[in-house]
Design a protein around this ligand. Structure first.
Ligand code: ZN
Length: 263
């Protein structure tokens, strides 16, 4: 094979490794979550995680799925649907999906964490899965189409480098700010009490629906581009959406954990 033929294959393989908010996104979420936990939840989590911080625990699931022991978890990070569903059809579709996905995996992990029969290590894994999957399902391109692997095969140019729609939303836009996850958490941890209450009360299906609506918009925008170049106007317009999804993931993750460990 010529080098030119290998290039798209190489890009595709690289894209497979980038299948969730990058480390920065997940760790920012974990860092913000920590500030919104009740004391009982903080203590219970500390008991399970030991010296691992919540921010670090949030990325464990992406490393684990490369281990043979967790190879069956590879599909747990996303949910693929056809575009154009109404909210009612979207709900029906999700309830009838036979394959495991981020929705079923999150629910399973919540049951595991609260199961008195579960072993300590099972609970540690369940907690880390919850921390990761609440993040993943808020990344719009994780609730997206199967045929382009959540935007991974949609090639784009950003900052004069090749990327794809999935990776742009996982990492590229967030990391363009040049901040560490600590700095991003400080910058983003400013959600009003009213929004905290609202977001935590929204049902899980709503969180998925929001991502689905955003990914629908992102696909349409890319389709309408003459050249597949992400310019500064796109970046400025969409960065607040990235910020909001990170904030919602963090606040809702805290809500899930506070509910599991009520005061
Ligand atoms: Zn993931």
């Amino acid at each position: 094979m010529k080098l030119r033929q290998l290039f798209p294959i190489a890009l595709f393989c690289i894209s497979l490794f980038l299948i969730s908010w990058g480390y920065t996104g997940h760790r920012t979420i974990g860092q913000i979550t920590q500030n919104h936990l009740n004391p009982k939840a903080k203590e219970a989590i500390k008991n399970l995680l030991g010296d691992t911080s919540i921010a670090e625990a949030c990325t464990w699931a992406d490393d684990a799925r490369r281990e043979p022991e967790f190879s069956e978890t590879a599909n747990w990070h996303f949910l693929n649907l056809p575009l154009g569903l109404s909210f009612e059809d979207f709900k029906k579709h999700i309830d009838t999906l036979s394959n495991e996905n981020v929705y079923t995996a999150l629910n399973k992990a919540k049951i595991e964490l609260t199961n008195p029969q579960a072993t300590r290590i099972q609970k540690v894994h369940a907690l880390k899965f919850i921390m990761h999957f609440v993040g993943d399902l808020h990344q719009p391109m994780h609730i997206s189409r199967a045929e382009d692997k959540g935007g991974s095969t949609i090639q784009l140019n950003f900052d004069e480098k090749g990327t794809n729609l999935h990776s742009l939303w996982d990492t590229k836009m967030l990391e363009k700010q040049g901040l560490t996850y600590d700095q991003l958490a400080t910058k983003y941890d400013n959600v009003s009490a009213e929004n905290i209450k609202q977001w935590q009360n929204d049902p899980l299906i709503q969180w998925l629906w929001e991502s689905y609506q955003i990914s629908t918009q992102l696909y349409a925008e890319v389709d309408a581009m003459n050249k597949r170049v992400i310019d500064d106007a796109y970046y400025q317009k969409h960065l607040p959406m990235v910020e909001k999804r990170i904030q919602q993931a963090a606040i809702r993750l805290a809500g899930v954990l506070n509910e599991i460990y009520p005061e």
